[in-house]
Design a protein. Sequence first.
Length: 633
Amino acid sequence: MKAEALFWQQCTQAVNEDGSIDAEHLMELVIATYRSHESGYDEIERSAEMLLTENRELRDTISSTAQALAEQHKLFEIVLNNLPLGLSVFDADQRLTLSNLRFRQLFGFSDGDVAPGTRIADLMHKTHGTEQTSARTRSRKEGQDASSKTRRIRRREWLMDDGRIIQSVVTILADGSNIAIHADITEDRKAAERITYLAHHDPLTGLPNRIRFREQLDAALAERRQDEQIALVHLNLDRFKSINNTLGVSAGDKILQQVAERIRASAGSENILARLGSDEFAILQTHRQQPWNITALADQIRRELSEPFFRGDKQVELSVSMGISIAPDDAAESDKLLRNAAVALSHAKADGRRHQRFFTDEMDEKMQARHALEADLRAAVQNEEFELHYQPLYDLAQHRICGFEALIRWNHPVRGRVPPMEFIPLAEEVGLVVDIGRWVLHRACNDAARWPEDVKIAVNVSAIQFSSSDLLQDVNKALAAAELSPSRLELEITESVLMENRDEALPILHALKERGIRISMDDFGTGYSSLSYLSSFPFDKIKIDKSFVNDIVDHKEAHAIMRAIILLGDALGMRVTVEGVETAEQMALLEREACDEIQGYHISPPKPFGDAAHMLSMPAKKNGTTPFAKRRH
Ligand code: C2E
Ligand code: CA
Ligand code: CA
């Protein structure tokens, strides 16, 4: 059959029942005929021409369909080559059928490399990288019924020579062909690694953080051989808060970095280090004989950290306390080992800091006792189990009681009377001293308001009250509530107030002084550098610690020191009170040395409020004897 006739015959198939023409069908027929009869192409074209000239409507349809198809194809090309992902399609023979521009870019292929029909193996040879992992192949059932075909998804990862990481997700179809999308995951991977790093490291020092340390400790304990010991050191810088307070937080941070560096240098790479918190670090030592090795390391770190640090022209001295626990002797699990090291650390601190202590079972018992005391103390604040006793301050020139010092007593329902030295340090540590101190101020001011105008009230104030509460406001409230004149109130502070937060405390002290409240330096002579603290604030009074009084009668040297301190107070324009005067001889000597005031059992021990009022009403005797001295308890 001639091509033309065949064509016409075929064309009739494209005529629908209603006489209209199915353009798409016709196009297919034109193409098919064209392909199978290439020789007769001119005739077909001519016939088609004829047909088309006769049928204008058909021509328009055909041309617009052809145009739409061309546009669709163009659009497909555009989409394909602008995809942010690489795309490749391989047929069942593993030959490339389709790929896009991003695919070529990702793997560094040239246009020639990706000619359709290229074998997958040949293409892989040209890749500038190596396959890292050929991860899980996941099969997925297509459709619900068991007979349906399966397709598998496989993830592959490539490390390119330039460092990029490319991930391919390959879908292998049932006929063996595959469609894959490829993406550069370098940035995502880096971000993920960064997040993992940040979650496990301290950004300031670059050391592992508490979470990471915990993981390392768990791993070390799990891998521990039966005869192996593991030492855990918990380090804490002594009084680091005062460095932050005086030099500022950013200088504090710089010093912490230097501290970390020194610890790192001492510990070397064979020990595991971490920063557990602000000024807390930890070291884990495995595969060593203990306690010798860890003692040597702790000694070395202490020496390194005792060398001064420099911030600009400022020199900073630091010391460190350490608690050490050893597995399996002290504990075999992480939690307990960490806890025991912390317990040992708190004992090192209590021993006056700068120490290292190994955990012992007695420490644990003490710790339990301490926790119990703390719980009781919290309850005591709620239940107001406290009472104030008053100890007279005796004016040696006027021979009269010129004031009382309020001293707290805790009447515990079971423990009995707990002395302040047993609970005030704990209350300071756990912050309860703020509430207790507020209660003391109110009670003392109220009681003092019932005494004659010329009798003062002295109240002890902790360093914590300066840093953790609005002391000025608390004092003002107490004075207002009691309608007590500020000039009748004396606040006794110790050097620690100026040592720990001088910058915070000085303005508060000045404000208190401006209100007319008097400020005393308590326990003078027991700290380190009393003279520098004395000159940093115009104290109204110095209270010389009772340890200086004991020997003044029998020892010339003690007498000379006492005389010198009294003269020093005079020179600075501060009143001098000597504490702990227990005998008439001591009182007589101090009177001769022109000491202003004394306090001690010789005058009277601290007594309840009712007794204080009674003491005031009794006449005083001169020459070192007083009627109150017998009333001790
Ligand atoms: P402190 O402020 O130095 O108080 C003087 C301490 O010496 C009192 O001990 C007192 O009873 C004792 N004492 C008085 N005369 C003599 C004496 O002649 N010989 C001897 N050996 N001791 C004498 P207390 O009452 O046990 O208080 C101890 C410390 O507890 C006080 O020392 C003070 O630091 C603290 N404290 C007491 N009450 C408070 C308070 O309300 N707030 C705060 N923050 N601390 C308080
Ligand atoms: Ca005192
Ligand atoms: Ca004192």
